[in-house]
Design a protein around this ligand. Structure first.
Ligand code: TXA
Ligand code: MG
Length: 323
């Protein structure tokens, strides 16, 4: 039995015993375990069917704790942390001896994040260890943005889902690090490039899939089982087959009146609202047995639109590989 509740004492007890608890964050739900317990961390990889070369993000509630574990923040990354934590920002920091190598997949850096979801922050404040928490989905599938999304795949498999409602941001955190004095974004996410550059100046964006330092960059990732087709224009929408298709649209219109299979992400074109709905919409059509393909409109390429388009590209990169 998997407990689904908002009881943080139970969640803390399970984590302290080395068991898995899915936790809500403002980005997506995470599959959490005590990061200092190597067997518990192994269990995360097992239930997600995640390859061991893919490192995990550690979550905690204060910079002081991160420093107590021997991990220091270089000045410019500290500035980002002080500006955007708690929030949808993950920093790659020099690993300390205290951080087990199965968390970092043997890499020299460890990923840390202080999430802002209130329930999870109170949970983390009770713990004297960080929790390792990748998104709580089977490897390669769409990330979960509600407790029910997590239950869909992990009911009976993990001890608990801490139910914190729907995720506010709706896409994963932005991953940032520093190399040779340059600030680099390795994964676009819930904190926009513009927000980061306003604090730190120009950054390099290195999310290419040719050299996957972070598998969130893999060409095929974040993928529904159904075929996903990304479109930019009304003409491209009208060219697609209507039968068995569902639509996720932003500004454009479906190819006819009274089509039932349409989700408009947000009337009015607000990128934050679109991000909040995006994974809900993908999962909705993926779970609908009458639908064979999902036609999704790309967003204008700025703000969170850029991160959503990145996910869309990778979801569409999966066509028919995973029927
Ligand atoms: O918003 C988020 O970041 C969510 C919530 C739960 O916090 N977590 C999440 O974790 O998206 P995950 O495991 O699905 O994606 C983490 C990404 C992976 O692509 C992983 O390769 C990369 O972060 N990553 C983790 N540690 C790393 C490291 N030391 N060096 C490079 N990449 C790292
Ligand atoms: Mg993930």
């Amino acid at each position: 039995m998997t407990e689904k509740s908002d009881n943080i004492e139970n969640a803390a007890a399970f984590l302290s015993k080395g068991e898995l608890v899915a936790i809500p964050t403002e980005t997506v739900y995470g599959m959490a375990a005590n990061a200092f317990d190597e067997d518990a961390v192994k269990e995360i990889f097992r239930v997600k069917n995640r390859p061991f070369y893919n490192p995990l993000i550690l979550h905690t509630d204060s910079i002081e704790k991160i420093e107590q574990w021997g991990v220091s923040l270089p000045p410019r990354l500290r500035r980002l942390a002080e500006t955007f934590w708690p929030g949808p920002l993950t920093l790659l920091l020099p690993r300390s001896e205290k951080i087990p190598t199965n968390v970092t997949a043997g890499l020299e850096r460890v990923a840390f994040r202080i999430p802002s979801h209130a329930l999870t922050r109170s949970l983390l404040a009770q713990l004297d260890f960080p929790v390792a928490a990748p998104s709580a989905n089977p490897f390669g599938y769409v990330s979960p943005t509600s407790a029910d999304h997590v239950m869909r795949h992990f009911n009976g498999v993990i001890s608990m889902v801490l139910d914190g409602g729907s995720c506010d941001v709706g896409i994963e955190s932005t991953i940032v690090g520093e190399e040779d004095g340059k600030i680099i974004i390795y994964r676009l996410g819930g904190l926009s490039v513009e927000q980061i550059e306003r604090v730190i100046g120009n950054v390099e964006i290195r999310t290419s899939s040719s050299k996957p330092d972070a598998p969130g960059m893999l060409e095929r990732h974040y993928s529904p089982k159904k075929e996903v087709i990304a479109v930019d224009t009304q003409e491209e929408i009208d060219e697609q087959e209507i039968e068995d298709s569902a639509y996720i649209l932003f500004l454009l219109e479906p190819p006819g009146f009274d089509l039932p299979n349409v989700i408009h992400l947000t009337p009015g074109g607000n990128h934050e609202k679109a991000a909040r709905q995006f994974y809900h919409a993908l999962r909705n059509w993926d779970d609908d047995p009458d639908i064979k393909r999902i036609i999704v409109e790309r967003l204008p390429d700025f703000g969170l639109g850029r991160a959503i388009n990145d996910r869309l590209k990778r979801a569409a990169g999966s066509q028919n590989l995973n029927p």
